[in-house]
Design a protein around this ligand. Structure first.
Ligand SMILES: [Mn+2]
Length: 373
């Protein structure tokens, strides 16, 4: 795929989306003094936040667009092309860290991204994370791919923070405004694709495999919009985990939902579907304190986690660069690790400084909206 030619096809003359992207990229990063957390060492942990306002009306319009965009694609995305693609796993409301990832790896349309879900909950800025990712998807549909995680769900968001974040961001009588936006977001979540295959070789989803999945095509048979069921393929794609020890086969998950799968299961899945690698997120392991990712099952499966210092765990985070090189399109996987200790706040304010943002948006001749600002 020629990236220049492709980017021309990507252009959507949508001034509102361009405007939101621009506002987010030029917003200021501040310490959230009000949300000081004390960790086990009793040191005060300050939280970075991006200061940027989004109106409920903007969210409603964005959600309507996204529902249409997600439902137009299949439940199993087939992503092809020779240009590299960056795989990003759990973000959990870490807006500033998302900007860091984009700045480090490059902005679309110069870089392609596949996100594995869990954009919201746990962290403080899930709304901005999905707002930016939705806008980038609307604008660069062939460069940004978004899968659903188990937190993109009505029950999970009620319990783990995203619902409250909506109420707090848009306070109103009876919490009506925040609740309306939350409901719109849930409808978008229900429409999101569940898994992806990159160049027919790399299978990606949030949680993992399912004992009910006989072929990859089964994923496309799942009807959307979909409330995540307590049982079945869609549930497992979002909730399952690889076995912890050397346990083979399928077992019930300690999570109380879905299953764990062993080395043999992954091997069989890969052989049957001609897949050389499975990449999934969903879990924080001991190994992530040093690396942000872990390779399992003789190199067939990578667990990836992209939220830094997740819930004060001081863990490192990683994203994976996939490249297909040479005539035979040999897969090359390069981790990009973000070390927790490198990102401790030094100053009271810090600009992320997206100098490329203007360039990126201008290249596509949406000057109208910027010149008027
Ligand atoms: Mn998860």
């Amino acid at each position: 795929m020629d990236i220049e030619k492709d980017s021309k096809n990507d252009i959507m003359q949508d001034d509102e989306v361009a405007n939101i992207i621009r506002r987010i990229f030029s917003a200021q990063v501040v310490y959230s003094i009000g949300k000081v957390v004390e960790d086990s060492s009793n040191k005060i942990q300050k939280v970075y936040e991006l200061r940027c306002d989004i109106s409920p009306q903007e969210m409603f319009r964005l959600c309507r667009k996204m529902k249409r965009i997600f439902l137009a694609s299949e439940g199993l995305l087939k992503i092809d092309g020779n240009t590299p693609i960056i795989v990003v796993a759990d973000l959990h409301g870490q807006m500033v860290h998302l900007l860091r990832i984009l700045r480090t790896s490059g902005l679309p349309p110069n870089q392609r991204y596949l996100f594995l879900g869990d954009y919201v909950d746990r962290g403080v800025q899930g709304i901005l994370v999905i707002t930016l990712l939705f806008c980038l998807k609307a604008r660069y549909p062939n460069h940004i791919f978004l899968l659903r995680g188990n937190h993109e769900d009505v029950n999970t968001t009620l319990n783990y923070g995203f619902y409250d974040e909506c109420l707090n961001r848009w306070p109103s009588e009876n919490n009506q405004k925040g609740e309306d936006v939350w409901l719109q977001c849930i409808e978008v979540f229900n429409s999101m694709p569940l898994a992806a295959v990159v160049n027919s070789k790399v299978f990606c989803c949030h949680g993992g495999l399912s004992p009910f999945m006989n072929s990859l095509e089964d994923i496309n048979k799942i009807q959307r919009p979909l409330i995540v069921p307590a049982f079945g393929i869609a549930c497992d794609l979002l909730w399952s985990d690889p076995s912890q020890a050397d346990r083979e086969g399928w077992a019930l998950s300690h999570r109380g939902i879905s299953f764990t799968y062993g080395h043999d299961v992954v091997e069989e899945f890969c052989k049957k579907n001609n897949i050389s690698l499975v990449i999934r997120g969903h879990q924080l392991f001991r190994e992530f304190y040093t690396s942000g990712y872990v390779v399992r099952f003789g190199g067939l499966l990578i667990s990836l986690f992209s939220a830094l210092n997740y819930e004060n765990h001081r863990n490192n985070a990683a994203v994976m660069k996939l490249e297909f090189k040479g005539m035979r399109k040999n897969l090359e996987v390069t981790p990009i690790v973000f070390r927790c200790r490198h990102y401790y706040p030094q100053k009271y304010t810090e600009m992320i400084g997206f100098k490329d943002c203007e360039k990126m948006l201008k290249r596509e001749e949406v000057k109208s909206s910027f010149n008027s600002l």
